[in-house]
Design a protein around this ligand. Structure first.
Ligand code: PGA
Length: 248
């Protein structure tokens, strides 16, 4: 049995003050939860404040992106060392918004995963197909390519995979539990075929997860958690998601 893992992806939301307000309200709602892993991927500017408030809590601090070099002339980028010194122990890599708006390829994602793992940061790797790809029956082909490219020469320790069908992100259109489980099963089989330790890897579902649909998604054997955007922005809604994921 894999421990459920619920992760918040705040995207480009929350100032430092809003981050502090969220965490102060959220922590008391989940402070007795030890059977679910919980993380919050805050914007870079909020990491320092979040880290101070999350210290010695049961919530992991994550970043939403990383650069694939350790230091140097890369204006505007953030290195793994910077993330670690800001208090992060995890990072989201390859989110579809990064792929779509910032032209991140599987090769770039692979370089980012390599440096993150080398620095001891855990990684949530996001993969998933677009609507056109799903309608053209290319879902598995896309997952194959993304997994092979992103995980090239990388072992699986420290890795979580988030299956996020692009058509479900921020649209209110969730994959059915059967669609989610089918894709997760495919990912699990791919990992089993090509990597060691695949059984232990958590596979999260992401895309319009809410307190209303999480139980149905989590009822599926291959759905080990969720990566949540919109519904993670309010403390009570994110706490509900965490509490729904508890082992029954
Ligand atoms: P959403 O975003 O929950 O708002 O659909 C999920 C994500 O992009 O990680």
């Amino acid at each position: 049995m894999r421990k459920p893992y619920i992760a918040a992806n705040w995207k480009m939301n929350k100032t430092i003050e809003e981050t502090e307000e969220f965490i102060n309200s959220f922590l008391p709602l989940v402070n007795d939860v030890s059977d679910v892993d919980i993380s919050i991927a805050a914007p870079f500017t909020s990491l320092g404040a979040a880290s101070r408030l999350l210290k010695s809590s049961n919530v992991i601090l994550a970043a939403q992106n990383i650069f694939y070099e350790e230091k140097g002339a890369y204006t505007g980028e953030i290195s793994p060392g910077m993330l670690k010194s800001a208090g992060c122990s995890s990072v989201i890599i390859g989110h579809s918004e990064r792929r779509q708006y910032f032209s991140e390829t599987d090769d770039i994602v692979n370089r980012k995963i390599k440096i993150a793992r080398k620095s001891g940061l855990d990684v949530i790797l996001c993969i998933g197909e677009s609507l056109e790809e799903r309608e053209a029956d290319k879902t598995f082909e896309v997952l194959d390519m993304q997994l092979a490219g992103s995980l090239k020469d990388m072992p699986l320790d420290g890795m979580t995979i988030a299956y996020e069908p692009i058509w479900a992100i921020g649209t209110g259109k969730t994959a059915t539990k059967e669609q989610a489980n089918e894709a997760h099963t495919y990912i699990r089989e791919w990992l089993m075929k090509y990597k060691e330790g695949a059984d232990a890897v958590r596979i999260q579902y992401g895309g319009s997860v809410t307190p209303d649909n999480i139980e149905s998604l989590m009822s599926q054997p291959e759905v080990d958690g969720a990566l949540v955007g919109g519904a993670s922005l309010k403390p009570d809604s994110f706490a509900k998601l965490v509490l729904s994921a508890r082992i029954k």
